[in-house]
Design a protein around this ligand. Structure first.
Ligand code: OAD
Length: 278
């Protein structure tokens, strides 16, 4: 149980009281305390990472075998200096991933989170993912911390560019206004997160009664700080991940299992109905 000296609203207090026990061994057996916390919550926030899209066939980053960063060097593909050194290689890698995410579909985890949004009074889905699968599943209140791979912007001025011609053999396409190379509208290592989405995410983490943390290694900041803000604000923090993470020890609950199995079960147990994608 996380101690907090911050004054809590009655909904937050009820949510906290409902969260007295640590790690849950069985992923689909949802404890009554969790369903009570969700039902009593005025504001539910969700933080997602690559694991929520794993069952759609989108690779995660840090999986030891299949993770993108096990197969590709982020310093050569996801930094401003990599783009300056070899813009075509970086453009092509993101073009390949853009095509890949365009060819997959949301999975039951995305569907369940879209359903959760419609069940609670206040809601925000904070995602580190750039694949747009939450929106395609029907989520509306989404804040994207790391951009979106479907979008492209000018590498010099940051202006969004809606349409572009394919890259030629040597170079990425150019900005129609200033002639600089276009780049994906995603956040690279060594770059700041977009200010408005980050502020919304931090505000939600501080004010929510329940924070679900789904499919993230909880290693990349500032997103990894959000569960701590939530705990300090008195929220119940529930992790959903098949594996232990640095957050696990501090979470009120850790539901071990794939998000596409656990989340539909969580929705079904909390708000019994059909159509949660499980
Ligand atoms: P990671 O690859 O670091 O972590 C993925 C997490 O998902 C791991 O903890 C897995 O155990 C978990 N996981 C795998 N399959 C799952 C499933 N079916 N259901 C639930 N969880 C599952 O990905 P992120 O935490 O998203 O940033 O990485 C954070 C950031 O690091 C990314 O946004 C990206 C990357 O570098 C940028 O590109 C800026």
């Amino acid at each position: 149980m996380v101690q907090s000296s911050v004054a809590r609203s009655s909904a937050a207090t009820a949510a906290r009281r409902a969260c007295e026990n640590p790690v849950m061994p069985a992923p689909v057996a949802i404890p009554a305390e969790i369903t009570a916390a969700l039902r009593g919550a005025r504001f539910v926030a969700v933080l997602t990472g690559a694991g929520v899209s794993a069952e759609s066939g989108v690779p995660t980053f840090r999986d030891a075998q299949q993770g993108l960063w096990a197969r590709f060097d982020p310093r050569e593909l996801a930094t401003p200096s990599a783009f300056a050194r070899n813009p075509k290689r970086v453009w092509d890698w993101y073009a390949m991933r853009r095509e890949m995410v365009g060819g997959v579909a949301p999975n039951p985890a995305h569907v369940a989170l879209a359903a959760l949004e419609r069940r609670v009074p206040e809601f925000l889905l904070i995602t580190q993912n750039v694949d747009g699968l939450h929106q395609r599943a029907g989520s509306e209140r989404v804040t994207e911390l790391h951009g979106n791979i479907a979008r492209v912007k000018c590498s010099r001025e940051g202006t969004p560019v809606a349409t572009w011609k394919d890259a030629d053999d040597e170079l990425p396409p150019r900005c129609p206004a200033c002639g600089a190379f276009l780049r994906p509208d995603v956040v690279w290592f060594e770059e700041l997160l977009p200010a408005e989405p980050l502020a919304k995410a931090e505000d939600a983490a501080r004010r929510c009664n329940v924070l679900l943390v789904v499919g993230t290694s909880a290693e990349v900041y500032p997103a990894a700080a959000l569960p701590d803000y939530a705990r300090r604000g008195g929220a119940c923090v529930i992790e959903i991940n098949p594996n232990e993470t640095p957050l696990t020890a501090d979470a009120d609950y850790s539901l071990r299992g794939p998000a596409g199995v656990v989340l539909p079960a969580l929705l079904q147990a909390t708000f019994p109905a059909k159509g949660y994608g499980g």
